[in-house]
Design a protein. Structure first.
Length: 234
């Protein structure tokens, strides 16, 4: 089952679902929408009318990316909806065409990461400043957290549900990129094994990026928190 957080992604939803259906058939999709003012939830409901494998978890306000992922994951675990979940973004930056590869790898791996920083991976439509910032942030996060993953800020991630049940999701309070790092850090400390495979990340073409200074600073702080936990043994 895919978990896709949305906020003001009205123009991307139909295209995204179409690409997922072409790549992965009737794979269930759970959209978690934060009361998008552009009518994203209404667009999802329109598609639901002809697609029984589309689910919607509406939320009353803009709670953030991390809490949307947590709520989606907890719903899947609580209702035993699937044996695995796959996080993906709604902005078409993650390639749905690689979902069959992700699903196949999840048969034999606990956590599968679509990575920009393994051989064959990369990013499209990024200038040299963005590439340097992302590469440096991942090197910084990997060094301080001790997690053996090349792409710590990857958001195209699949998890076996049994490994998710071993961590305390409520203790993971980060949002944005920090949430992605904190999930990997907690899973690693819980003994999870990771598998990375290459993807080409494509910068969004429609809609507005959710990245802001708050997300940036939170992403800088979390690796320091992780290092303190490693030193203290917590």
């Amino acid at each position: 089952m895919l978990i896709i957080p949305t906020y003001n992604e009205h123009d991307n939803v139909a295209v995204l679902v179409s690409r997922i259906r072409k790549a992965a058939g009737t794979e269930p999709i759970l959209f978690v929408d934060d009361h998008s003012p552009d009518g994203t939830a209404d667009e999802i409901r329109r598609i639901q009318a002809t697609d029984a494998s589309i689910y919607l978890l509406p939320r009353p306000g803009k709670g953030g990316y991390g809490s949307a992922c947590r709520d989606g994951i907890k719903k899947v675990l609580r209702e035993n909806l699937a044996d695995y979940v796959i996080q993906s973004d709604a902005d078409l930056s993650h390639p749905p065409e690689l979902l069959p590869r992700m699903i196949e790898l999840l048969k034999t791996n606990q956590v599968v990461i679509g990575s920009r920083y393994v051989k064959g991976g990369g990013a499209q439509n990024w200038d040299i400043r963005r590439r340097a910032l992302s590469f440096g942030a991942n090197l910084y996060a990997r060094s301080f957290t001790g997690v053996p993953v090349h792409d710590m800020t990857a958001g195209f991630v699949g998890y076996r549900t049994e490994v998710l049940r071993k961590i305390d999701l409520d203790s993971i309070q980060s949002e944005g990129y920090a949430f992605l790092m904190e999930m990997k850090f907690n899973l690693h400390r819980g003994g999870a094994r990771f598998c990375e495979f290459p993807i080409i990340f494509c910068e969004r073409e429609a809609g507005k990026s959710k990245f802001n200074q708050k997300i940036l600073f939170e992403g800088m702080r979390f690796p320091l928190k992780a290092l303190r936990r490693r030193i203290s043994g917590r």
